[in-house]
Design a protein around this ligand. Structure first.
Ligand code: CP3
Length: 342
């Protein structure tokens, strides 16, 4: 097996922790900003296969990483279901919020989503053709809960109060929305797999906003449904889930046998993660992205502490959340060097 990261996800051994970084293609790279301005808008970048291929490959030219993540966004699913979506500089994503059953009924049929998403599958094939054999190719989608927060609030939110209120006040309509996103996500990820990704990841970035007793129902179960259907269709494709911010509930996710790897955020205690999560499954994480801004001694010490804790088997090195635009390139270089020299 040439692909070290994929091999570790499948339960194999490695003499170092295979590494990739959430949001590894992005605004901290000058070449990204250049391609991004050539594309015009962020959505044009996602939907132009040649340019999406270019930005996917950019971080791999600079850093010795083991994985490439498809350049796309979790909000392409709402867009493909017919919701208006716009990315504004300095504001973030803006959608027309879903307010009631009538708005839900306006959404497109699942079999129509590919009309919008076809350029993404095209990008997957193009990237696949250009990737080195040693690099694991990661596809992704958002989780139903996280995607629903953008669909209902119409923008990013700190506490997801409107979504939670909607979920509690109109449970039948909310559950219907979740099932639409589940179905769309299964079709979307199936097509990414057919086009060539080796692994898929579900980003549940806002799982930690749910009231604790609802995490199972709205974070774990919808992701499990998606994972079970993908395993039915593609038994050999590993699935990574990232229920960010769920604290001790991570243990429950690690016991779901259709999840091959659990991505943990930076708030999780390393020793606890080793004992409660790595015992059950592969762990991915969990350096705080702020270490890539500050760099220096702290970055080296923290990186070594994470590596020592997980002892490289059953561990994929990554951040606890996406890399930020103020991350410094020399610090990413230092990180990768520190991991490889261990
Ligand atoms: O990781 C990668 O390199 C692959 C590409 C990727 C992007 N978004 C590109 C992107 C991935 C995996 C995502 C996931 C994503 N998108 C998540 C889940 C992960 C997380 O970070 O929590 C979420 C919540 C989104 C939604 C989203 N997309 C927001 C809230 C924003 C605006 C915030 C910001 O950083 O500006 C985006 C835009 C976005 N998606 C950018 C990139 C590189 C920046 C846009 C730009 O270039 O102008």
């Amino acid at each position: 097996m040439d692909k070290v990261l994929l091999n570790v996800l499948l339960g194999g051994k490695s003499n170092y922790a295979p590494t990739w970084l959430m949001r590894q293609a992005g605004r901290y790279l000058p070449e990204y900003k250049k391609t991004r301005s050539k594309a015009g808008s962020f959505l044009d970048l996602c939907f132009t296969p040649k340019l999406a291929t270019e930005v996917t490959l950019q971080p791999l030219r600079r850093f010795e990483l083991d994985g490439a993540i498809l350049f796309a966004d979790i909000l392409l699913i709402p867009k493909s279901l017919g919701q208006n979506l716009d990315f504004r500089e300095g504001v973030g994503p803006l959608l027309t919020p879903l307010k009631n059953k009538e708005d839900l009924n306006q959404l497109k049929n699942i079999n129509q989503i590919h009309n919008v998403l076809n350029p993404v599958y095209d990008a997957v094939s193009k990237i696949k053709a250009k990737l080195d054999k040693k690099i694991t190719f990661i596809g992704f989608a958002g989780s139903p809960w996280t995607v629903s927060t953008y669909m209902i609030e119409g923008k990013g939110s700190k506490d997801h109060h409107i979504t939670k209120s909607f979920m509690l006040e109109f449970p039948d309509i909310y559950d219907h929305l979740i099932s639409i996103i589940e179905e769309a996500t299964i079709e979307y990820l199936s097509n990414q797999i057919i086009a060539g990704v080796d692994v898929v990841k579900l980003f549940d970035s806002w799982a930690g906003s749910l009231p604790n007793s609802y995490i199972e129902k709205y974070s774990l179960i919808p992701m499990k449904k998606i994972a079970m259907e993908l395993k039915n269709r593609f038994p050999k494709i590993p699935i990574i889930v990232f229920p960010r911010g769920v604290g001790p509930m991570y243990e429950k996710f690690s016991k779901v046998n259709v999840f091959d790897c659990i991505a943990i955020d930076s708030s999780i205690n390393l020793k606890w993660a080793k004992e409660k999560i790595q015992k059950n499954t592969v762990v991915q994480g969990n350096l705080d992205p702020a270490f890539l801004v500050a760099g220096g001694k702290n970055l080296k010490i923290k990186t070594k502490e994470i590596l020592r804790n997980f002892s490289s088997s059953g561990h994929i090195f990554n951040l606890g959340h996406g890399i930020t635009p103020d991350a410094k390139i020399e610090n990413v270089e230092l990180l990768v060097k520190t991991i490889k020299e261990k």
